[in-house]
Design a protein around this ligand. Structure first.
Ligand SMILES: C[S@@+](CC[C@H](N)C(=O)[O-])C[C@H]1O[C@@H](n2cnc3c(N)ncnc32)[C@H](O)[C@@H]1O
Length: 211
């Protein structure tokens, strides 16, 4: 099943499934960005709009991109702010955004589905104004080494694993450097219910396009 079709099938239960990674991402995104504001935000891989409403709180204009019609349908119903525009877009092809138009580009739990990081970060860097920020919040590679990946149970009770690619922490640093983004902050995160001494669940990276 294609990634887009898998997410469309998942869209009916994505928000109600037990999913600590989804919930932790929402929490850390708010922790990292609350108190800042951005004229224009691009949310790459917006899914069901879990974070889109928050981006509307901290931005004047939000462009939410995704290639799953099912996920976008839920997001459109959920987030009705006049600040947001949803765009059906494959992130690996060109985005409907002008050069140097965005002050924040955010990737939340999406880059595990991109085979290569450099091309997509190159597009993100091109969309950023000088001094603009890229936030990446991803399933930690250590979890991927333990065979963790996006998966859900479909309407027939079958477990569907969504195609995913392992990116090492150094791959994010290297790809960002290749496209001229500078590291501002790297963090590792655990869900409150994660067992003591478990590997981190999420990795976040804040990069900046030099001013
Ligand atoms: C795990 S969901 C995350 C959704 C949301 N960001 C969140 O944190 O809940 C991954 C999303 O990325 C989207 N996605 C994956 N690969 C994509 C691509 N190449 N182009 C556009 N969207 C993509 C999927 O359709 C899905 O909605």
């Amino acid at each position: 099943m294609s990634i887009a079709n898998a997410y469309s099938a998942w869209s009916v239960s994505y928000d109600s499934d037990r999913n600590w990674t989804r919930d932790l991402d929402a929490e850390v995104t708010r922790r990292l960005l609350t108190g800042t504001s951005f004229p224009v935000v691009i949310e790459a891989g917006c899914g069901t709009g879990k974070n889109t409403g928050f981006f509307c709180d901290v931005a004047d204009e939000v462009h939410a991109l995704d290639f799953s019609e099912g996920m976008l349908k839920v997001a459109r119903q959920r987030v009705r702010s006049p600040k947001v525009r949803f765009h059906p877009v494959d992130l690996s092809s060109d985005w409907p955004c002008r050069e140097a138009c965005a002050h924040l580009v955010s990737f939340n739990l999406v880059l595990e589905h991109m085979e290569s990081l450099t091309p997509v970060l190159k597009i993100a860097a091109r969309c950023l104004v000088p001094g603009g920020t890229v936030l990446i919040s991803e399933l930690h590679p250590f979890k991927q080494y333990q065979n963790s990946q996006a998966r859900f149970t479909d309407a027939l009770g079958q477990e569907i694993k969504v195609q995913a690619y392992t990116h090492h922490v150094s791959d994010f640093f290297r790809a960002a450097e290749e496209v001229g983004l500078a590291l501002v902050k790297f963090n590792e995160w655990w869900h409150p219910e994660d067992p003591a001494r478990s590997v981190p669940r999420l990795a976040t990276f804040l990069f900046q396009r030099p001013a």
